[in-house]
Design a protein around this ligand. Structure first.
Ligand code: PLP
Length: 368
């Protein structure tokens, strides 16, 4: 559950910290790349330069969605022709910079696509909004599938090639076959003529992770085969791109924090309230993945007799890290490690209560 090097790093670190296992990042990014024609690692999922470098070592591209992401891509030495940008927020200066670097764009609207053309772009993709979006941000991103045909006409008039379609929605709680069928259902709403002419379809991220467990590469391979077959019946024979973040990097991070308090719980003697000395992400969702306890650098092996509600120490309404987690009898000063915290944990922790964010430690993956 806790690789030896991770345990060693945690026992030598100032706490709280998040340790990222670079070798696993690389191996999981390779796995994602093997399922697709092109994999773009979404920097937002974990912008630690060491983690981004570990993903890049597989030859993948980067999915960028802000000027800050572009800075990180530059800083880690990723060539511009491996950048792909998607965001409704991009001024002409940023579009020009992307264009000059040789980046690809999945435009968020027809207006943005036309501005891309006036900034020097010759081709782009268009992002589709799912008709009944499951993502928490609803219909904020992209454009309705039914408008794509008219948009393709406008792009042609502006001598801009429509080369792909992009569709990201929330699929984390689906099985791989359901994921594939939902994507196919949305893409079936696009005019066949447009779909047939596209070079790629980008299926975004949020890959199946039911109950917090990433779907296996084999099950995903079957699901994506089904998707390719469905798309072929719609006339699409191009390439499948994707940009899963949590599926790749989630399992690679270990969040370690010291126990600040262990208290009685209103639910009785078998329950405890455990408060850790760490700020928490906003939003913070209780983890479904395992927790371990360390005492003086070693795993505490005693039986897990207590049901613990684990909190951070931010004075926000929501800083629950774990609910009813089975743990051994623990005491202040012990270290609790929450596994599978590699995605969207550290980057979403604010400096609330004037606390520093947990330190980031990236274990080398021996990248070039
Ligand atoms: C466009 C796009 N691509 C990829 C991702 C990565 O999603 P995840 O980390 O859930 O796989 C996101 C996340 O919000 C996104 O908005």
């Amino acid at each position: 559950m806790l690789p030896r090097e991770v345990l060693q790093a945690i026992s030598q670190a100032d706490l709280p910290c998040i340790v990222y296992d670079g070798a696993t990042v690389k191996q999981r990014a390779q796995s994602a790349a093997s399922l697709l024609d092109r994999y773009y690692f979404p920097v937002k999922a974990c912008p630690e330069p060491g983690v981004v470098r570990a993903a890049l070592a597989t030859g993948c591209g980067l999915d960028l969605c802000s000027a800050g992401d572009v800075e990180i891509a530059s800083a880690v030495g990723c060539p511009g022709d491996r950048w792909k940008f998607t965001s409704p927020c991009a001024d002409d200066r940023l579009l020009r910079r992307l264009c000059e670097a040789g980046a690809a764009l999945d435009a968020d609207s027809i207006e943005q696509a036309l501005r891309w053309g006036s900034c020097g772009g010759q081709a782009c993709g268009l992002r589709i909004a799912a008709r009944r979006p499951k993502a928490l941000y609803g219909s904020k991103f992209g454009m309705p599938a039914r408008d794509i045909v008219a948009a393709a006409g406008q792009l042609a008039n502006a001598v801009l090639r429509l080369e792909g379609l992009h569709l990201h929605d929330q699929h984390a709680n689906l099985a791989p076959a359901e994921f594939a069928l939902r994507l196919a259902e949305h893409l079936a709403e696009v005019s066949r003529e447009v779909l047939r002419a596209c070079r790629y379809v980008n299926i975004g991220g949020s890959w199946p992770m039911r109950h917090g467990n990433p779907a296996s590469p084999d099950d995903l391979r079957q699901g994506l085969k089904l998707l390719r077959e469905r798309l072929a019946t719609l006339g699409f024979h191009g390439m499948l791109y994707g940009e899963p973040g949590r599926w790749v990097v989630g399992p690679c991070g270990y969040w370690a924090a010291r126990v600040a308090a262990v208290k009685a719980h209103p639910r009785g003697e078998h329950h405890r309230v455990v408060v850790l000395d760490t700020n928490t992400p906003v939003p913070c969702r209780p983890s479904l993945a395992p927790f371990v306890v360390l005492r003086q650098g070693d795993l505490l092996q005693s039986p897990r007799r207590l049901f613990c509600d684990i909190f951070g120490s931010a004075n926000t309404a929501l800083d629950s890290i774990g609910v009813e987690v089975r743990l051994p009898v623990l005491e202040p000063g012990d270290v609790v490690v929450s596994v599978a915290q590699g995605a969207y944990t550290r980057s979403l922790i604010p400096p609330f209560n004037e606390r520093d964010r947990p330190a980031a430690i990236v274990l080398d993956c021996s990248c070039p």
